[in-house]
Design a protein around this ligand. Structure first.
Ligand SMILES: Cc1ncc(COP(=O)(O)O)c(C=O)c1O
Length: 481
């Protein structure tokens, strides 16, 4: 109805304006920089302005109250990686002839991560800018592989489907949209939150090129049954990608750290590719991940080459052309500094922190743990017996205590990705969550309008394009000066 749609448009506009007010905040005494200054600005002034902008209104992650985001944060490691950045500031792996040492560093990062993931002889990989790019590359590799090696001439990308659990990271949806392929989303078991293996089996058809499992999932920190998925991949001769972006440097150390350790790596025969984020629990600076393949045939399917371009014969491994060598050097330095013993200790502390928080939540009658977490992430919602208590109101009450938790939906819950910084405030978290619950119970109205209202509205809106409009408006605000 025209009248209704105008009213909705107005509401969307108002909502975006509200978002803008919280995001585009003026910084006191800050000089706006809207055009390149005619004369260069002195170094000291530049650094002073950078520092003031860094510090303005920033959530202090240093006290360990932010879910994920900064996974290590130790000064020694930051100092070392800064020095590594400086040494390779100008370098670019697109030019291995100019920066031969950088090439070696990058190759060694891939080799070390392959070793961690028990890769067989002939396995290989590439570095990327992060988990999303690693996943997009693995999807591309399997599509091209299906075109080239499954005998389909003149293929239409639509003929390739791939099958992934609804809990798989949004990066898989992004890949589906970017490549214009079909995908089947498979439900997860409502109790364990692991993908329903029978549903995966039913979804596989003759055009399927890839199935997906996570170790662990972003929402609930759960490992899918990779062994069962591997058997399906072998049986139907299709690819299996294991998303270890978040499991990164936790999954490989679980067993030695004394925790139950589900299968996740190349020891499962059907696994054809794995993504592992060095910039999460590998503690590398942001902008760093590794995608691994069981063999070179698959990795070749990731590459892009053009031989007849007037700019010369061009070949690059991933989406980017030029890439920052400084990040690669920073990643390599972080891995060497940590060493396997450092990662083992981190795994023990971080997963130990999740286990303690889980045990505490399990005895809180108002809350229930979602799924069967095995690594660093714990998700929880309100127990069915406390259905009038809103988990997002509790999340907001935690925010007033300095905690930034991540909201999740289907089912409604929140999660905490424990880091080395959370380890130091485990008891504080347990105490604060107890207090937050009591506060929301005592004053339910106090937090009724915040995240609880937003998420309640988002779920209730029948037309999800309205939510998409708000998301687009949100991204627009990020570029407002
Ligand atoms: C399981 C999983 N996969 C992929 C990603 C995407 O990683 P990035 O944000 O580095 O692109 C994430 C990010 O949290 C994740 O948790």
């Amino acid at each position: 109805m025209p009248g209704a749609s105008t009213a909705i448009d107005r509401e969307v506009e108002n909502t975006i304006k509200e978002i803008e007010k919280t995001i585009v905040v003026p910084i006191p005494d800050d000089v706006p920089r809207l055009v390149i200054p005619d004369m260069g600005v002195p170094d000291d002034d530049i650094l002073e302005q950078l520092e003031s902008r860094r510090d303005f209104g920033a959530t202090s992650w240093e006290d360990g109250k932010v879910s994920g985001v900064v996974y290590h944060g130790g000064k020694d490691l930051v100092d070392l990686t800064n020095k590594a950045f400086a040494l390779f500031n100008l370098s670019n792996p697109l030019h291995p002839d100019v920066f031969p040492g950088l090439r070696k560093i990058e190759a060694e990062i891939v080799k070390m991560v392959l070793d961690l993931y028990n890769a067989p002889d002939g396995a290989c990989g590439a570095t990327t800018s992060g988990g999303t790019e690693s996943i997009i590359m693995a999807v591309r590799a399997h599509i091209i592989w299906a075109r080239k090696h499954r005998g389909i001439s003149n293929p239409n990308m639509q003929v390739f489907t791939f099958v992934f659990p609804t809990t798989a990271h949004a990066a898989f949806e992004k890949a589906v949209e970017y490549f214009g392929i079909e995908a089947t989303r498979v439900p997860v078991d409502s109790k364990s939150q692991k993908v329903d293996i029978n549903a995966v089996k039913r979804a596989i058809n003759r055009n399927t090129c890839l199935i997906v499992g996570s170790a662990v999932t972003y929402p609930h920190g759960v490992a899918d049954d990779i062994e069962a998925l591997g058997k399906l991949a072998e049986k139907y001769k299709i690819g299996l990608h294991v998303d270890c972006c978040l499991g990164s440097f936790i999954m490989p150390f679980l067993k030695e750290a004394g925790f139950p350790a589900p299968a996740f790596d190349f020891r499962v025969a059907g696994v054809t590719s794995i993504s592992c984020d060095t910039h999460k629990y590998g503690f590398a600076p942001k902008g760093s991940s590794v995608v691994m393949y069981r063999n070179k045939t698959l990795r070749h399917c990731q590459y892009y080459t053009i031989t007849g371009w007037p700019g010369g014969i061009y070949a690059s491994p991933s989406i980017a052309g030029s890439r920052p060598g400084s990040l690669i050097a920073g990643c390599w330095a972080a891995m060497l500094k940590m060493g396997k013993m450092g990662y083992l200790e981190s795994c023990r502390d971080i997963v130990g922190c999740r286990v303690r928080i889980q045990a505490a939540i399990e005895v809180m009658p108002e809350l229930e743990v979602i799924g069967d977490p095995c690594a660093s992430v714990i998700a929880f919602g309100t127990a069915s017996s406390s259905s009038r208590l809103n988990i997002f109101a509790i999340m907001d009450a935690m925010k007033t205590r300095g905690w930034i938790l991540s909201p999740l939906q289907h089912p409604e819950c929140v999660h905490l990705a424990c880091t080395r910084l959370t380890v130091l405030v485990t008891d504080k978290f347990i105490q604060d969550i107890r207090d937050a619950i009591d506060e929301v119970k005592a004053e339910p109205e106090k937090y009724a309008k915040g995240s609880a209202a937003i998420y309640g509205m988002a779920v209730a809106i029948p037309d999800q394009t309205i939510v998409e409009d708000i998301c687009n408006g949100f991204i627009d605000t990020l570029y407002e000066v």
